[in-house]
Design a binder for this molecule. Structure first.
Ligand code: COA
Ligand code: MG
Length: 304
């Protein structure tokens, strides 16, 4: 499957839901959100991890998730849980699952472990559709290896900047997960590097958590920064963060109308053998059309 034939899924908001909480899983299924990941990693204490697998399997099989992408976040490959997480979830709910999210890879080989395990499970269970893979970039080694990770397998659909663990891995001094109190933008370099790798691989770049869910202004600012760089969405750790992310990562109708107009202006010029034209005091050329085509592509995916 080539990059362009990968499933195209909306990820404007990815809601984190602790896999131990039936209440929150039920609530999440009823929310209007692009993507939910049921968590087996940090939101679940070691003593509760094995029980949480069944709670998630039941939620995937029994709740109506509508059009929401259903993902399960599993523990990393250095733990005793990773393989059993993937096997239990896929054997229990493989037909009601869209993607698996892998945590804390260091190298592409870590992601390939999950890829090969999913290959085996899909064959064994005769699953009708391929389960996608998403992975966090949250270790300094992974950031260094992000190009190889992004390109490592056809199954990979998305890489996510996990700034909480990343800050720890780099030894950064930060107060709150996701907050960037630094002259300039603390997250600029890792977000930029990750987004370049994702775009080159034809996969989605997504921005990670913002812990202070009572600070909508701070959250919106981080959404805008990652959007400008080419990321397609941001995590929500609380339902209050879903609406803002889904709005901010959607072009406005005016943006879409302008994009379609500029592309049309360029096509008409091109048909007359002209490469660049003056449109209301601004230059429009092939690169303009390409930039604005991204907005049209987003609008098409959203159904605008
Ligand atoms: N998913 C689904 N529902 C959630 C939710 C989530 N992530 N976070 C909160 N809710 C629900 C609550 O259960 C509550 O439901 P109710 O109104 O039906 O009672 C409602 O939303 C309002 O929640 P609120 O009381 O404001 O927050 P809280 O104290 O219940 O929860 C957190 C706060 C931070 C503990 C909770 O949001 C959470 O666990 N978030 C996810 C953490 C996580 O997954 N971390 C790992 C990835 S970074
Ligand atoms: Mg993490």
């Amino acid at each position: 499957m080539s990059a362009s034939s990968k499933p195209r899924r909306l990820r404007r908001s990815q809601l984190a839901v602790p896999g131990v909480s039936e209440k929150m899983l039920t609530k999440a299924a009823g929310l209007d959100v692009d993507h939910v990941f049921c968590d087996l990693e940090d939101a679940v204490a070691p003593s509760a991890k094995e029980g949480a697998r069944q709670t998630i399997v039941d939620a995937l099989n029994n709740l109506d998730w509508g059009n929401t992408v259903r993902c399960v976040r599993v523990n990393d490959v250095t733990t005793q849980w990773c393989h059993d997480d993937i096997i239990s979830i896929v054997e229990g709910a493989g037909d009601n699952l869209d993607t698996i999210m892998l945590t804390k890879p260091f190298t592409a080989a870590d992601v390939l472990f999950a890829d090969k395990l999913l290959d085996q499970l899909e064959k064994k269970l005769g699953l009708k559709k391929r389960i996608g893979l998403e992975c966090l970039i949250e270790e300094v080694e992974a950031m260094h290896n992000v190009w190889e990770i992004a390109h490592c397998c056809e199954r990979l659909e998305c890489i996510i900047f996990g700034m909480g663990d990343y800050a720890a891995s780099q030894g950064m001094s930060v107060k709150d997960i996701g907050e960037a109190t630094y002259p300039g933008d603390l997250w600029h370099y890792p977000r930029y590097q990750l987004t370049i790798a994702a775009r080159a691989a034809g996969i989605d770049a997504v921005d990670g958590p913002y812990a202070d869910f009572s600070n909508p202004e701070g959250y919106a600012e981080e959404c805008k920064r990652s959007l400008i760089l080419g990321m397609v969405g941001k995590w929500a750790i609380h339902p209050a963060q879903i609406g803002p992310a889904q709005d901010l990562f959607s072009p406005s109708q005016a943006d879409v109308d302008l994009a379609r107009e500029l592309i049309s202006v360029y096509r008409q010029a091109e048909a007359q053998g002209i490469g660049s034209v003056n449109h209301q005091g601004k230059m429009v050329d092939a690169a303009t059309a390409r930039v604005f085509q991204n907005i049209v592509d987003r609008a098409d995916l959203i159904g605008m």
